[in-house]
Design a protein around this ligand. Sequence first.
Ligand code: XMP
Length: 556
Amino acid sequence: MQKDGQESHRVAVSGDVEVSAYLEIAKGGTKAEPRAKPEEKGGTEREAVVIVDFGSQYSWLIARRVRECRVYCEVMSYDAPWDKVAPLRPKGFILSGGPSSVYEPDAPQAPAYVYESRLPVLGICYGMQLLSHQLGGKVAPGTRREYGLAVLHQNSVSTPLFDGLPPEMPVWMSHGDRIEEMPPGFTVIAYTENSPIAAMGNEHGLIGLQFHPEVVHTPQGKTILQNFLYKVCGCSGNWTPGSFAAEAIQRVKEQVGKGRVICALSGGVDSSVVATLIHRAIGDQLTCIFVNTGLLRREEVERTLNTFQKNLKVNLVYVDASKRFLSRLKGVIDPEEKRHIIGEEFVKIFEEEAAKIGKVDFLAQGTLYPDVIESASSGNKAVATIKTHHNVGGLPSRMKLALVEPLRYLFKDEVREVGLALGLAEEMVYRQPFPGPGLAIRIIGEVTKERLEILRAADWIVMNEIKKAKLYRQLWQSFAVLTPVRSVGVMGDARTYGYMVALRAVTSEDAMTADWARLPYDVLARISNRIVNEVPEVNRVVYDISSKPPSTIEWE
Ligand code: XMP
């Protein structure tokens, strides 16, 4: 464990370079040669920063915020080799927070290239403590953990980081350790009541923040990050997901060469954008397989065929497997069993069809950035299985095909922008998520042909009315659920004994949590009236007012 500043100077930081060399760098000296200056590699290519991840739950959020500032970024593990980072030609680094303490023996360190590059560095929380520790300052356990809101006071030091911001602002703190002594050449640029060094920096663009600018509880956090990106790193904020499309097309061309690619098309946003992008890159070398499970919504099959076969002229294999799915689902009422059966059957059909195509080299998948970050992070993976997700984008690894994943660096809303840039219709690009197992998990109890028709009719009305009320895009999802409950009603003078339909409409950022949408009463009334009037088998409509957690979005 580090005892004093002197001893820390002798600690090898990351392989080949000692802290004393970094000390020179911190002072603006010239001991270590910068390994890469972005402009040396030429061109006016996109600007990027690299987020070095130390296992923080907020790393993806930092990435989100940076992208919102129109600067491309990627999250890299702290042990990523320079060869992986170099192609991005970063203009700066952000060191994330993390659960460790810098003075612990095996605590992760910032890699040598971060300092050797001479690029600006923003250390956040653990990242700031690393800056301190690795550059010759002193970090120690705080007398008490600081968690929650604090008031940040700017010092009278001029720094571009706080340009345009008030002298005092609320910030979100979450740390145990604190900086006792800054590295040579650093000054305090802001403090809070409990953290005399809440922000520090030196004249070479090395900056540390004890608080988290990426969370919403730091309202001015985005401006702080933007100032770092624009005013310290010199980025101009010219990246757009649309500009990503051209690059991604080029990359697919390079990866695939003359190979053949297959892609499972579901009609959803991700697979539609993947298929369009790959088709743009390699044309007929791509074959899409579209399986009609019989569990899709009204007009979904026609719409998907229209877009991809008629308009985009994509090589498309269409398989109507509705009978197969229905017969396998006969008598099944357990939600997990339904999910397993559907997943299994889907894979079987996909493999059968792929075999008919002949030699295939690549499988296209709509993997998105949150999946990548989640699986790469060292965080807790022991999450209980709440639902076995069947995603038509995720296909069998036993097929042993190389993957083409052109969206693996994008967030969901960025995928939508790429879709628009590729010329896909807004209606397709802004579709609400729809689960892989489709309507089967919105029919509580056995899935039958009759029940599917009832749900399709009710669902159509919900979608129609939500769109008419201009609420469709504000809602994460809005749909109908067919319950097995039947109740007595009266229509005209006659007694009815019909099904109960539940309405589900939620708002959400990412589906991890969700709240029931406060739909206007008149919209609810219209939906309810139309369903009971137009769907003869239904005589009662209820509204689901549960949030997630403790409920989930889908009922099964
Ligand atoms: P829950 O019901 O777990 O759903 O709150 C969260 C989000 O995931 C969608 N969902 C699925 N998506 N395959 C998918 O591709 C599935 O098996 C699946 N199950 C749920 C759901 O619609 C919501 O957006």
